[in-house]
Ligand binder design. Structure first.
Ligand code: 5GP
Length: 191
């Protein structure tokens, strides 16, 4: 998606450890007009998949998930991050290892909002090692729902998540794939 790549080139900031900061339009201030374009692009890429639900993870995926849900005319659900280890029969629960924070946390979704007859599209802002998406995919499986695929705004192609998920047969659509980033010059190369 050329519009998105231009925006990343213009406003993206390369940080140490292979981290891209896009706070100006995605992760802090949100360009909702761009989000709407992104939602429409996901709608095009997953047309015919009869999506009934958008699933993301809090917090940074929520804005994108909302505008994608608007494009599909379906509800958006976000998995909540939680510290409590209560055995709760009303939720699906799994563990996710965080790339940006380097720790493990639980995510939950109420059984009320993920049903066996759902056809679920996963949405997230970034794909790095793939742990967040894999956690969401496990929740969909536990619910007995169908995983239609996953839509990612920025995939860091130099980290292993995307390749592994595609190998597992997940229909993965990334709107911008970064092959390399140079922390010193700030240069970002796209696939
Ligand atoms: P993964 O589970 O694929 O390793 O990481 C995905 C999650 O980590 C995303 O939901 C995103 O919030 C965060 N993340 C990973 N890499 C980056 C990055 O370079 N920049 C930002 N802003 N977030 C990232």
């Amino acid at each position: 998606m050329e519009l998105l790549k231009e925006r990343i080139r213009r406003d993206g900031r390369v940080r140490a450890g292979g981290v891209l900061k896009v706070d100006g339009f995605l992760n802090h201030q949100m360009d909702v007009e761009l989000f709407a374009e992104i939602g429409n692009e996901f709608r095009r890429r997953f047309s015919g998949d009869e999506v009934t639900k958008i699933l993301t993870i809090e917090a940074s995926g929520i804005g994108i998930a909302c505008l994608t849900a608007l494009a599909f005319h379906v509800p958006a659900v976000f998995a909540k991050k939680t510290q409590t280890k209560n055995i709760d029969a009303d939720v699906y629960r799994t563990q996710v290892e965080s790339f940006t924070h380097g720790k493990t946390y639980d995510i939950i979704v109420s059984k009320e909002y993920l049903r066996p007859n759902d056809r679920v599209l996963l949405i997230d802002d970034f794909l790095a090692n793939g742990k967040a998406l894999e956690g969401l995919a496990r929740l969909v499986k536990d619910a007995g729902a169908v995983l239609v695929g996953a839509g990612i705004v920025i995939e860091k192609g130099f980290q292993p998540g995307g390749e592994r998920l595609r190998r597992e047969g997940i229909h993965l659509e990334s709107l911008a794939i970064i092959d390399s980033m140079d922390e010193k010059t700030g240069e970002i190369r796209f696939r």
